[in-house]
Design a protein around this ligand. Structure first.
Ligand SMILES: Nc1nc2c(c(=O)[nH]1)N[C@H]1C(S)=C(S)[C@@H](COP(=O)(O)OP(=O)(O)OC[C@H]3O[C@@H](n4cnc5c(=O)[nH]c(N)nc54)[C@H](O)[C@@H]3O)O[C@H]1N2
Ligand SMILES: Nc1nc2c(c(=O)[nH]1)N[C@H]1C(S)=C(S)[C@@H](COP(=O)(O)OP(=O)(O)OC[C@H]3O[C@@H](n4cnc5c(=O)[nH]c(N)nc54)[C@H](O)[C@@H]3O)O[C@H]1N2
Ligand code: SF4
Ligand SMILES: [Mo]
Length: 726
């Protein structure tokens, strides 16, 4: 370390684990990162991505200034030029073509930034558009829908109590690579090992023998897309064999008899062939689940981004409920974050409605106020009233992350009058923008996990201020988004704090508190003052000052039962068998007889990669982090494909070529490609990523396959054909 080096704490924003990092800083550059041993949640854990924080932070390809398109070319511009242009264009478009003419895309990193937790909702309410698309319909929307229907609250998501459970049934998740999702748990691998060590059991359902599966007592290589059938059969066994015992939840349940009747025919024998799992194994899994002193069923990407994603997500909770494990220590519990509204008395709520409106072109029902991302391109391309003419993208790269990127790419290039991207990189999506607004690197940003704290396996709260002062030419992302709200809303030129003051005033009014309360809030920025208010109104009576006094965070204790206070259904009860689910069940019954005749595609994640935007960090590249087609030796032999040879993969949306990686880690009948690759489009500035671009797996999808209840794209269990290239 040189004489001027120092350390600073920073919560890692690179995945859902939210590890506390201790950064080494020389001058204004982050030169190292290690796990913060005193962090109340992560206790020193770090992964290779967190360790590469410095490289990612100081990536020379990060944009330093806004870009503004003049004469067709994106050029560096000042912040005022950028916002002046937005203020000149968007309100005028809305004036002429109406509110629906502006679409909004919110990408995944919004859950990893403080700004993303505070401003997008205001952007949407200011614009008043229904053309809202987020990464959720490429991801967890099925879980929101099933939670909305079961509990009346789309954000009431139970997480497995990893530290106390005795039995974990893990479906379509690979936390050894992903570090966990909808389950914030630093050192997920360590927690799985600890579960085994204390005598607990781990069962993994995955068509691939992943690193997670290799840790398990039992790995079941299910046929992709069949999880809802498996879960229905597990439920059927619990009911038929009288193993169901919801325990304390019994008095809060509605619909048990209807459920029992509806799934009667999903017996292990009936689903076995479709799942390619023998009926005896299914019965054993169900019995073990029921017999465990405490157990949790947990499903993730492989159970969500499939044709029956909502049914599978619902059945995960049904199993937790029927075994008495929902809302019980050691089972699956609802976290209570420090910025959540303080719990209210148990009472009926407003319930959760689906399909309150529909997309203009294909009539896809909304879910949670969103339309499916797969509908974005057609909403830009198809003429008529309500066509999207301007697009605001915040932290999203749908050209790579959503199905049929080529089509979306063309729509963005040819179909828009105006586009704004808030993004640190000039990438496959932002290259189409007329204005790119780059947030500062993470070291120059404060961090608070508004979303992920409500998914954490242990209640806690942490806040880290910027580790490095904001450079002169930079603008904090909170300020960028506040100014964006003002510019699109016809209030350009007002102070960005005005946005925060409005929110604070509205929040105080709702809480029945006097306006003057605002004067008591502390914080250096509007965002901090809002955090302070949320902490004060939250369930733990905290303040920003109090939190700042605990730089490694405050431990708020293990998860506790929250039913019935948490329920917001109209009945005030858990709706075990909601009508939209009942209406979708016949589709699952049809799947009993379906058998794929050819190969199906599934995805995979690599520890040292993250969706589409981390391939530009040289130190994270290489090794197993490559875009190869994994294929079983038997399938490869049948096709005549040699290891390392180029495979051509063809499907409804197009074709791509990738090197074959022959491995029996994928089951027969299944091939796997990772997503987020395909960095070969011109006009981007990702100089490292483009040296080994890989291919875009999502080009194989045409966007027609989706889970109808949630609008979530089918990204797994997609029929493909594979051949060697000549
Ligand atoms: N085939 C297939 N496709 C998938 C998936 C899959 O499993 N298989 N997974 C899906 C899932 S789960 C998800 S969540 C989506 C993700 O879909 P997206 O959110 O569209 O994709 P990301 O690659 O996460 O892109 C995030 C963008 O945010 C930018 N960014 C990074 N940090 C910041 C920041 O601090 N502020 C701002 N404003 N921008 C930032 C990046 O440069 C990038 O442009 O992809 C989905 N696509
Ligand atoms: N290193 C890294 N970490 C990440 C990300 C990343 O890109 N890289 N992305 C982040 C994001 S946005 C998310 S949403 C999370 C996702 O977190 P996870 O859900 O843990 O992500 P995956 O590693 O994609 O695991 C999905 C698993 O499902 C399996 N699968 C595919 N189809 C099926 C099926 O039909 N049935 C079953 N049972 N299994 C199936 C796949 O083989 C794969 O092993 O990870 C987050 N963390
Ligand atoms: S596990 Fe996730 S949060 Fe923790 S260091 Fe790695 S990338 Fe960061
Ligand atoms: Mo995701």
């Amino acid at each position: 370390m040189s004489h001027d080096s120092r350390t600073a704490l920073r919560i890692c924003p690179l995945c859902e684990a939210t590890c506390g990092l201790t950064l080494t800083i020389e001058g204004t550059t982050v030169t190292g990162a290690r796990g913060d041993r005193d962090d109340v949640l992560s206790q020193g854990f770090i992964c290779p991505k967190g360790a590469s924080f410095g490289g990612l932070d100081s990536d020379p390809d990060r944009l330093r200034t806004p870009l503004v398109r003049t004469d067709g070319v994106l050029r560096e511009a000042t912040w005022s030029e950028a916002f002046d242009l937005i203020a000149a264009r968007i309100p005028a478009l809305v004036q002429e073509h109406g509110k629906q003419s502006v679409g909004v895309v919110l990408g995944n990193p919004n859950v990893h930034t403080m700004a993303g937790g505070l401003y997008p909702q205001l952007l949407l309410s200011t614009l008043g558009t229904r053309n809202v698309f987020t990464a959720s319909t490429l991801d967890q929307m099925p879980k929101h829908v099933s939670s909305g229907l079961l509990f009346g609250d789309a954000n009431a998501i139970a997480v497995p109590d990893l530290d106390r459970t005795a039995h974990l049934l893990l479906i379509g998740a690979n936390p050894l690579e992903s570090n966990g999702s909808l389950c914030t748990a630093p050192d997920f691998p360590g927690k799985l090992k600890a579960l085994r060590k204390r005598g607990g059991t781990l069962t993994v359902i995955d068509p691939r023998r992943t690193r997670t599966a290799r840790l398990a007592d039992r790995h079941v290589a299910i046929r992709p897309g069949a999880d809802a059938l498996l879960l229905a059969a597990l439920t059927q066994v619990l009911i038929e064999e009288k193993l169901a015992d919801p325990g304390a939840l019994a008095e809060h349940l509605d619909g048990y008899d209807e459920l029992a009747e509806a799934i009667e025919d999903f017996t292990p024998e009936a689903v076995a062939a479709a799942c390619d799992i023998d009926a005896g194994t299914i019965r054993t899994i169900a019995r073990e689940l029921a017999a465990a002193p405490a157990a949790a069923v947990y499903g993730r990407i492989g159970s969500c981004t499939v044709e029956h994603g909502t049914l599978a997500s619902w059945l995960v909770d049904v199993l937790n409920i029927l075994t008495g494990n929902l809302d019980r220590p050691g089972g699956a519990l609802f976290p209570l974050s420090a910025t959540a509204r303080a719990p209210r008395a148990a009472a009926p709520g407003k319930g959760f409605a689906l399909g309150r409106w529909a997309s203009r072109v294909s009539g896809h029902p909304e879910a949670k106020g969103e339309l499916p991302v797969v509908a974005l391109a057609e909403e830009i391309e198809t003429p008529g009233e309500g066509r999207i003419r301007a697009l605001v993208v915040v932290a999203g790269n749908p050209v790579l992350s959503a199905p049929d990127g080529d089509r979306l790419d063309r729509a963005l290039a040819e179909g828009l009058d105006f586009m704004v991207s808030v993004d640190p990189y000039l990438n496959e999506t932002s290259r189409h923008a007329d204005v790119v607004l780059p947030p500062p690197p993470p070291s120059q940003s404060a961090h608070f996990d508004f979303a992920l704290n409500s998914l954490a396996v242990h209640n806690q709260v942490r806040y880290t201020r910027a580790a490095v002062p904001l450079q002169d030419d930079r603008m904090a992302e909170s300020e960028i988004l506040a100014r964006l709200v003002l510019a699109v809303g016809g209030m350009h030129g007002a102070a960005p704090e005005a946005v925060d003051d409005m929110v604070i005033a509205a929040t105080l009014e709702r809480a029945g508190l006097p306006e003057e309360f605002a004067a008591e809030l502390t914080g250096r920025t509007g965002a901090e003052r809002r955090l302070d208010l949320m902490l004060r109104l939250g369930p733990y009576d905290l303040t920003l000052e109090g939190l700042l006094a605990h730089p490694h965070g405050i431990d708020l204790g293990p998860l506790k039962p929250r039913v019935p206070q948490l329920l917001k259904t109209r009945s005030g009860r858990i709706e075990l068998f909601p009508a939209p689910i009942a209406a979708d069940l016949p589709r699952l019954r049809e799947a009993l007889d379906e058998r794929p005749t050819g190969l199906v595609l599934v995805g995979r994640r690599h520890l040292r990669s993250n969706n589409s935007w981390m391939h530009n960090v040289a130190s994270l590249r290489g090794g197993s982090n490559v875009c190869t087609l994994q294929i079983h030796p038997d399938d490869a032999a049948r096709i005549g494909l040699a290891d390392g040879a180029t495979a051509r993969i063809t499907a409804a949306g197009g074709e791509v070529e990738a090197p074959a990686e022959i491995t029996d880690a994928v089951r027969t009948g299944v091939v796997s490609l990772p997503h987020g690759w395909g960095h070969s489009r011109p006009g981007t500035r990702m100089s490292v990523a483009e040296t080994g671009p890989g291919v875009n797996v999502n080009q194989l999808l045409d966007g027609t396959l989706l889970d109808p209840l949630s609008g979530t794209a089918v990204l797994n269990a997609v029929p493909v054909s594979v051949a060697p290239t000549l």
